[in-house]
Design a protein around this ligand. Structure first.
Ligand code: G
Ligand code: G
Ligand code: MN
Ligand code: NA
Length: 248
């Protein structure tokens, strides 16, 4: 209850910030960044989005929180013309009739082109298979956004939704990556996922890459883009500026 009040206040005064985690090719060249929300409670300190995003869902604050993050990420994206900025969008946002009109307003306000933005949704959201979600995804795709499927492999996925929904990229969940070199089946699983992605003409990215060994196996398996602590943790916008100056 106390946290709910704090979150409401933080959203009201726009005290939620966004950090960015680079997505790199195997030469270490940054090709995109994922926007990740951050909240530091005045008394309790940093609270994980794994906690405050679901809290926002429970107390009806998700649309306000999502809009705040979206606007912030769109504004920041103008700093990095060559980069795609990936933004996590929740199930509630996709189902809401507020979502598309607000997004269109923000695009107008900021002058940002949809093709420089990737919308990240989770596998679980597709399992509900409701019409509003499908309509919104189709509209996003038509506007020129790309769509990435986050945490791929963790849902109870019948693969059929992959062809039913307008998905451009799958992000291999870090649980598969962390098992590389530990669980003998992990490499086979990753190879299978990559093969599937290629058969469906989907781009592929692996998350949670922490070691050179993991990076090497992924590269061998045909996964060209990686995200994880090996290259960089999520950092503030100024640090991305510096990284981008270095690769100009
Ligand atoms: O950044 P971190 O690893 O702490 O994120 C934890 C979880 O919170 C991840 O599952 C991530 O996808 C989710 N998350 C982070 N930022 C956002 C956001 O802006 N919107 C939504 N819906 N989820 C987010
Ligand atoms: O679910 P999603 O992919 O949006 O979650 C992103 C979260 O994963 C972020 O909170 C980020 O802090 C975390 N993360 C990013 N890279 C790594 C990594 O290499 N290892 C681990 N353990 N977590 C990571
Ligand atoms: Mn994500
Ligand atoms: Na993920």
């Amino acid at each position: 209850k106390l946290l709910e009040t704090g979150l409401r206040e933080a959203i009201h005064v726009e005290a939620i910030d966004v950090v960015y985690q680079p997505q790199v090719d195997h030469n270490g060249r940054i090709v995109g960044v994922e926007a990740l929300a951050r909240w530091s409670h005045p008394q309790r300190g940093p609270i994980s989005p794994a906690y405050f995003v679901p809290l926002a869902e429970e107390c009806g604050l998700m649309m306000d929180l999502g809009s705040l993050i979206m606007r912030r990420a769109l504004i920041d994206s103008r700093r990095w013309p060559g980069l795609k900025v990936a933004i996590n969008v929740s199930a509630t946002q996709l189902r809401s009739s507020r979502f598309l009109p607000e997004l269109k307003d923000m695009l107008r306000e900021t002058g940002v082109e949809p093709r420089s933005i990737e919308i990240e949704i989770t596998e679980g959201m597709l399992l509900n298979d409701d019409q509003p979600t499908q309509n919104t995804l189709n509209a996003l795709r038509q506007m020129g956004f790309s769509i990435a499927l986050d945490d791929f492999g963790t849902g109870y996925s019948s693969l059929s939704y992959l062809s039913r929904y307008p998905v451009d990229k799958i992000k291999i969940d870090r649980s598969f990556v962390s098992n590389l070199g530990v669980d003998p089946d992990a490499e086979a699983l990753i190879r299978a996922i990559i093969k599937l992605a290629k058969a469906l003409h989907l781009s592929i990215l692996a998350e949670g890459v922490e070691t050179q060994a993991q990076s090497h196996i992924l590269r061998q398996a045909g996964c060209a883009i990686i995200q994880g602590y090996l290259f960089s943790k999520p950092v503030d916008r100024n640090e991305i500026d510096v990284m981008m100056e270095g690769q100009a």
